[in-house]
Design a protein around this ligand. Structure first.
Ligand SMILES: C[S@@+](CC[C@H](N)C(=O)[O-])C[C@H]1O[C@@H](n2cnc3c(N)ncnc32)[C@H](O)[C@@H]1O
Length: 234
């Protein structure tokens, strides 16, 4: 990574940008959400105040902004493009930001067919509903997601009914379980793609798949590492 340019598309809290910086990359990050940008700026202030790291508020769907960006050696976008409201336009813009010979790392929600369509309508409903419907959607989603672990779900529901804070405690890594559930049910816009769709889209643009980690057909993201051909045409 030393000396390479690293572009973090939808950087969120900036954690991955910080990791790239610590590995020696020159980092440019942007995110559409002002709170995420603030979080990334705080992270930079605390852990890398003098690092070669710029952070901006911008959208990957903003063609004027994207046109101004330099292509990067490594373009990284974890769990972002399916939340933009236009996955394929975001994919097109992101692919165009990879320098010839560079790497593209993507993580995109898996297409589970009917199940994904149902989640899409649950998420849309959650975002247009009041408090009572939201609670019902959260409880229903918990029951569905935990259907193979009935005892643990029963304990969690009982805690929710009692208003206990246990489920809101941070885990060793990442969000609390309760925050994670709201993040999933409320995470909208939401789009999905089958691994072969991402593969074909990138191959048509001159990318070669180097590594693939699927979520085994289940819920969650498939992760892809591509390299771009050494000329801009592929
Ligand atoms: C699930 S978070 C992932 C954040 C980060 N990549 C990570 O892995 O921690 C999705 C991020 O995509 C950002 N996002 C959504 N639409 C975007 C857009 N059009 N342009 C840039 N970022 C966007 C959100 O604001 C959010 O921070």
């Amino acid at each position: 990574m030393t000396g390479r340019t690293f572009l973090d598309v939808g950087c969120g809290s900036g954690l991955f940008s910080l990791a790239a910086l610590r590995m020696g990359a020159r980092v440019r990050s942007f995110d559409y959400d002002p709170d995420s940008v603030r979080a990334a700026e705080e992270l930079r202030q605390e852990f890398a105040p003098h690092g070669d790291w710029s952070i901006q508020r911008a959208s990957i769907l903003d063609a004027d902004f994207v046109q101004e960006l330099d292509q990067a050696d490594i373009v990284y976008s974890w769990g972002v493009l399916h939340h933009t409201g236009n996955l394929w336009a975001a994919m097109e813009a992101t692919c165009g930001l990879v320098a010839p010979g560079g790497k593209l790392y993507l993580s995109i929600y898996n297409d589970q067919g009917t199940e994904s369509r149902i989640w899409m309508s649950v998420k849309r409903r959650y975002n247009t509903s009041g408090d009572v419907t939201r609670r019902l959607l959260i409880a229903g989603s918990l029951l569905y997601l935990g259907r193979h672990y009935p005892l643990s779900v029963a304990r969690r529901l009982a805690r929710r009914v009692r208003g206990s804070a246990t489920g809101t405690l941070p885990r060793r890594r990442g969000m609390s379980r309760s925050h994670d559930l709201v993040d999933w049910v409320g995470g909208y816009p939401f789009e999905v793609a089958a691994p072969e769709q991402i593969f074909s889209f990138c191959r048509e643009r001159g990318f070669e798949l180097r590594y693939l980690k699927t979520c085994k057909g289940g819920i969650g993201c498939n992760e892809f590492l591509f390299t771009r051909g050494s000329t801009n045409g592929g």
